[in-house]
Design a binder for this molecule. Sequence first.
Ligand code: ING
Length: 318
Amino acid sequence: MARRITVAAAQMGGIQRDESRARVVERMLELLRGAHRRGATLVVFPELALTTFFPRYNLDDPAEIDRWFEKEVPSVETKPLFDEARRLGVGFHLGYAELTPEGRHFNTAILVEPSGEIVGKYRKIHLPGHAEYDASRVAQHLEKKYFEVGDLGFNVFGAYGGVFGMMICNDRRWPEAWRVLGLQGVEMVLLGYNTPSVNTSGAGFEDPYLRTYHSNLAVQAGAYQNSCWAVAVAKAGDEDGYGLIGSSCIVNPQGEIVAKANTWDDELVVADCDLDMTVFGKETVFKFSAHRRPEHYGLIVERTGAEVPPDIRKEAAE
Ligand code: ING
């Protein structure tokens, strides 16, 4: 028996700083309708899908910062997306900047069933970049300034007849995020990302090719090592003169990319995903109960930064 689900990664091209949410939602509706025409019942939109990647700017006025956040979802601007998805019988994943009623700021993603019910919420835990303006950078990456560390943890949600998990962007680079979901039996991980196409830190040269290579590598490793599907979706393209990589892709539980984007524009990437394909890996190579040895993994939880044992001398041999 195959628990098959047709999934569409709805990659989005650049969103300009002055582009309205209404215009962005129109683009998302086009992608939603296209995905429905191709038989998808789940459409995965990127991280921060409603606006430009605003952490590239240094903003200090709270009102200027908060205008990039959603006070409620669905809202007047996003209700058309919820309405059309329900009309078409399609569910979706949406990444957005969340401003809670208590005034807290998170980089958030939700999972919405075809009924329109929000069945899962995740708040980004691994916030990359820096918290203070850095004049040496070609572009800022102020996620640590604008967002709090997510407070919901890495959880799985029952949806589409399977076990679903979410993470956001930088999370995909940390195997711990995947493994916490894997230890809950996750069968499909949904993640959006906004990944600059060049290293903006000025810390040194990095071949731009590596930005895409590392994104794919992290997602393929996470899917393989936890025997789960992964749907990784970019906000790509040019935003205000700054590049974001594409390479949205759907990865199977063997770690193979089964479908990927060819452009940095609005583009659908569709695949039929059999959730039962996760069983082989979970019952053999990655049967965690038979093979893992947590008694030897203590440092992973006890220690944050790397520490070289004092008796190890890092000197070149004479
Ligand atoms: N963006 C990037 C990401 O993790 C980054 C930041 C890029 C970190 C490349 C390290 C290397 O894909 C977000 N929004 O997390």
